[in-house]
Ligand binder design. Sequence first.
Ligand SMILES: [Zn+2]
Length: 170
Amino acid sequence: MGFDTFLGNAQTVEAVREMLVGGRVPGALLFTGPDGVGKKTLALMMAKALVCERGPQDFCDQCAQCLKAGQMLAASQEDLARRRDIKDSARRVEGLVYFDLQLIEPLTKFILIEQIRQLRAVAYTRPFEFPRRIFIIDEAQAIHWQAVDLLLKVLEEPPDQLHPHMSQFL
Ligand SMILES: [Zn+2]
């Protein structure tokens, strides 16, 4: 288990690990590259390393925190799948609840403004189970144009430094 299981892109993985070990993880990180190189996988690994009891230089996938992270990701994925099946556009985004570790993906062709609104609403609140909130936005190019400014505002005004947590946008 751990970063060693990531195939390819050794340089990128090394850069990520250096950031983690040095405690220099920025508030937002953008992983770019062609499909299939493992951008999302690496983001998920990084998220686990940030919460793992044996972290942050790696993650074990066995401790309570890693298991919790896995459960949150699975629940996010189930919720996204369920919502994609809803035809009615208002009902599709009704009652969005985000976990401390939240995966955000397009619900339609787009990542909808309601999804980013919810991100903004919880970004400034205290996380429940992890020391910080982590959002993984997959296919960020699909963020609806109406939601881009909103997301930028959150990135420009990071959550209150007085609270003992930082939000992480991966
Ligand atoms: Zn762990």
